[in-house]
Each structure stands twice: as C-alpha cells, then as structure tokens.
Design a protein around this ligand. Sequence first.
Ligand code: NBP
Length: 477
Amino acid sequence: QQARIGVIGLAVMGSNLARNLARHGHPVALYNRSVAKTKSLVADHGDEGTFVPAETPEEFVASLERPRRMVIMVKAGGPTDAVIEQFAALLEPGDVIIDGGNAHFADTRRREAALRERGLHFVGVGISGGEEGALNGPSIMPGGSAEAYASLAPMLTDIAAQVDGDACVAHIGPDGAGHFVKMVHNGIEYADMQLIAEAYDLLRHAAGLTPAQIAEVFRGWNQGRLSSYLVEITTEVLSHVDADTGKPFVDVVQDQAEQKGTGRWTVQVALDLGVPVSGIAEATFARSLSGDATVRAAARGLAGPQHTESAGKGAEGIVEDIEQALYASKIVAYAQGFQQIRAGGEEYGWPIDLGAVAAIWRGGCIIRAEFLDRIRAAFDTEPTLPTLLSSPHFAEALAGAQDGWRRVIASATARGIPVPGFGAALSYYDSIRANQLPANLIQGQRDYFGAHTYRRTDRDGVYHTRWGQDRGEYRDS
Ligand code: NBP
C-alpha cells in the first residue's frame, strides 16, 4: 500500500493530524522515533482510515507515492533540523517536506533555502487550533513555493476547518510567510486574552460582579459582535467551580501567567520591523509581570487611590462600557497584527492577501471570531487600506465605542485597576488620529544633544540648529 502523505512525529499534534488525513480518505504513512507511539496510534485508531506504519525512516520513505510528501510534527528548533536532515538524505528532487511545528519563520526561511538547493520543496505550515483543531479541522497557514502548495492543496483543503463552505487554508506566500502569519496569530491571541482578562478584572472589581455573574455577562457578549472562541471558553472557565473547595475555579488558580514564547517572537520581530504592536507587547509584558513574584511581593504595599469601591451590582452602564472598551481594544489589537503581517510581507517579499488571512482565521484557530468576517470584507474591498481602523465599518464602530472606552479607562485609573491592554489600545487610537504628535519636540531634543537634524513644517530640507553656539540654523541637505 502506497501512502499519499506521511506524518513524522506522532505526539498529540502529529497523531491527530494523521487521523484527520486518514478520516478524509488519504492513506497516511506513519513514523515516530520511538515505535511505541506508532503502534498505539494504529492500535487505537487504525479503523479510522488507511495507516501505513513504518519502523525506520527508509521504510517510511519507501511507502510514499511520488512526489513524496511528509509532514514533520516534532518539537520545534533542534529536533526539527535533525529530522529534516535525516529524511532529506533519503529523498529525491521534487519531494516535499512540510514542517507543521511552531517554527520561527527565520528558521523556515533558512531551511527552505537550503532544501531548495538540493531540489527539495520545503513548506512551513502554521497550524492553529491545538489538539482538537489538528483532529477536527485546524486553520492552516502554508508558506512555500506555489508548486509545492498545489500538490498539497487538495489534502489541506479536506482537513482544514470549514466556515460557510470555505476551507480555512490559503497559500500565504513563499518560504517563511506561513510561519510568520502563524506567529502574528499567536501574538494577537496573547493580546485578545489579555483584553478579555482586563474586562473580567473590571467586571469583578469595578462592577462588583461574581465570577458566575461575569460568566453570564460573557455568555451574553458571545451572542453579539464579540462572539469568538476565546469569549466562549472564558464563559466556561468562569462558570467552573473547583471540586475540592467549592470556590470559583479562577479563585484557586495562581495569578501568574506562563508563556511558550510566540508572543515574545511577535514583539521582537515587530520591533525590528518598526511596527507598533502595543497590544501584543503589553499582553506579553503583562504575563511576564504577573510571573515576577519578587517584584510583586516588594511592591504590594505601594500606595493606591483612596476610592476603590465598586460601582455596585446595579451599575448596568459600566458593564456596557466594558463591552465597548473590549470591542474597541480588540479591533486595535487585530489592526496592529495585520499591520505587522503587511510589514513582514514588504520586508521579505511576500505578496500576502490580508483579506485571505482574515478569512482562514474564521475557523479552526484560537482567535476565530465573528468579526474576522468584517476584517476580511474591509481588506477585500480595499486591499491597500492603510489601517483597518480607517475602514468605514471599523471607524464607525470605534466612534460608537469610544465614549465608553474612555470612561472605562478613566474609571479603572481612578480605582487603581491596571488596564495595560485597554490603555495601550486607546493611546494607539488617539495617536494615529492625532493632527499633531509631540514627536516634534523629540526631534528638537535629538538635534540638541546629537545633531541628529530635523525637517521643518514650512519648507523642504534637513536642518540643524547650532545649539551650543549661536543657535543659528543651517541647512544640512
Ligand atoms: P512535541 O512538541 O511535544 O514533540 C514531541 C515529538 O517530537 C515526539 O514525536 C518526539 O518523538 C519527537 N522528537 C523529539 Br522531542 N526530538 C526528536 C528527534 N530528535 N528526532 C525525532 N523525533 C523527535 O509534540 P506536539 O505537542 O505534538 O507538537 C508538535 C509540533 O506542533 C511542535 O512544533 C509544536 O510546537 C507544534 N504545535 C503544537 C500545538 C499544541 O497545541 N500542542 C499547536 C500547534 C503547533 P518521541 O516520541 O520519540 O520522543
């Protein structure tokens, strides 16, 4: 039996992806370094489709139809390089190696270039949706040559999440484009989670609601424009009660958030590209801050405001305001992420269709949300839209939400409740719409201490003022 595709690495993600392929009628070759995982996959799920298990890389490669296609689903970094090397040595020109792990896009660019020299196709695929997505339909972001994508497209289309009859997969662009977009997806995920957490904090400590009541607020919001997977699971987490203590589950969980690093990558890359992704950055910093037990213990006694009491349970207005703040901040966070994707595309020569990215994030992935339909429509209507915030739909939504958004931030500040995500989003909004930013003063300061020069508002050219001498101005170029 020849397999149409193979999967190397049968931990949670690899085995679920292999089952998804098999369930869609694609015979799948299986290989894992330790044979036990291969055997248990076949023993437990062999009836779901055609699996062709192999115990050695040679046997695995021999079981694939040509051109050979194999998905690597092992730990990102060194293990992925080791596996690529091991299998590339057994392949022939035209064969396709797919990396479905969470690779850094720079690694994907390096690997693609090296394998291209050897006549092999390398497709770096961002896969979102966790274990459940891998099995039942993830959002798939493939990067690589158009030719390699064409040979994979029918299978990827079958296994991807489906929304309104569309598969959540699209060829993102060459080499690292897919993993880049997946990285930004994860950064947006950080931002969205932080914003939801801030909304929860305000509902609890400004509106005075209990976790169970807050769960109901989120349940209601999930019926409207905030409808999304993250809001849905927030309802579940908040309504869960700890079996041991009978307390709300959130009250028995330590308030120290962990991270695996993709948010940090997004921010690091954004800094290099010069794209302000303040929502993602604040969310990443907020996780680091929450985990810094030493600083938090030392700072616990610092002074806060006098008035910290909540508005009271009957304060309907504040709940509505928090919804406005959450929605507006979320629009900003996504807008910033899309700016980063555009900037990455320009830097690396990837012709990324932002509308298509929004479309494939509508299902399967962690940030799936109803409003991605609107984002898709905005970019489809105007692909060169300078910012999502200026599209008619979102400009109107922000105009409608801004009063509540501002009230929430003012009220949080007065009560001493931290809102780094809401605050950064509003500052970004106010900054980009400003007629005048104080960057003129910064230019003056730079010219003063470093002769870094400045441009004038009233005529062309680059100027310097002789600050230490007669303060006369001369034209530098
Ligand atoms: P892990 O990331 O935990 O990796 C375990 C797999 O890697 C096992 O199959 C293991 O083989 C294999 N492996 C390692 Br470790 N070193 C190897 C080596 N030197 N040679 C050959 N095989 C090696 O698995 P996962 O959680 O299923 O994730 C797979 C990939 O998918 C990762 O890159 C991950 O970041 C990404 N991803 C995960 C999720 C998620 O929700 N978990 C979501 C999206 C993407 P062994 O069995 O012999 O030890």
